[in-house]
Design a protein around this ligand. Structure first.
Ligand code: SF4
Length: 214
């Protein structure tokens, strides 16, 4: 693994490349964001935004999702991967919001992670984007970028990736860095075809150098 100093230098370069990176999931409040993040598992933000454009007009509150038949909700999100499980989780999540949290999205990691379909990543995104708490969610892009750059080992799990990044990046930058790393992975260090030939990090990136020689 590379040193923390070198890792932060690389993260600074990424920050300069994407200074305006932000959450691309469209939402108007914490509840809509929670539903959107839940829908985004193994699915692009673009597709989620297409679906939520009409979904959020039809369903405005947890009651709306609880009242509807499961089959109707499944039809409403059918174009999204894993829609059957996601529909069930949305209904369960909304039932819990009504039963335990007065219909509001809770403000702690522990409470968020007690909701159906909400894992650490979703909780981190909601805490950071909706409530402004410093948080660094590790999604597929953040994990891949961190490993390609040698900030983490390939065998590390997502918790180890999060811990290492949080130990390197100053806390006040966690939320912004999360979006910048996602943008870097989504638009530059792309999963199937990273732009190594024009990458400002190539000199320090073993993965990139390997790819350029291949
Ligand atoms: Fe990604 Fe290639 Fe840049 Fe390395 S050199 S960070 S693999 S785009």
């Amino acid at each position: 693994m590379i040193s923390k100093k070198k890792a932060l230098e690389m993260i600074d370069v990424i920050a300069d490349m994407f200074p305006d990176a932000e959450c691309e999931l469209k939402h108007d409040n914490a509840f809509e964001l929670t539903i959107a993040v839940l829908l985004s598992a193994q699915c692009t933000d673009n597709l989620v935004n297409k679906v939520t454009r009409s979904l959020f007009k039809k369903y405005k509150t947890p009651e709306d999702y609880v009242k509807v038949d499961l089959e109707e909700l499944q039809d409403d999100i059918r174009s999204i991967g894993l829609y059957r499980n996601k529909s069930k989780n949305i209904k369960k999540l909304c039932e819990s919001l009504l039963e335990k949290f007065d219909g509001e999205v809770p403000h702690t990691h522990k409470e968020l992670e007690s909701l159906a379909g909400v894992g650490r990543k979703t909780a981190n995104v909601v805490m950071s984007v909706a409530f402004g708490e410093p948080s660094l969610a590790v999604d597929t892009h953040v994990e891949r970028v961190s490993k390609r750059l040698g900030i983490n080992r390939w065998k590390d799990n997502v918790t180890q990736v999060e811990d290492r990044l949080c130990s390197i990046i100053p806390k006040e930058r966690w939320s912004k860095s999360h979006h910048q790393l996602i943008f870097f992975g989504r638009y530059h260090c792309i999963a199937r075809k990273p732009k190594c030939d024009i990458c400002p990090l190539l000199e320090d990136c073993r993965e990139g150098q390997k790819r350029m020689k291949a």
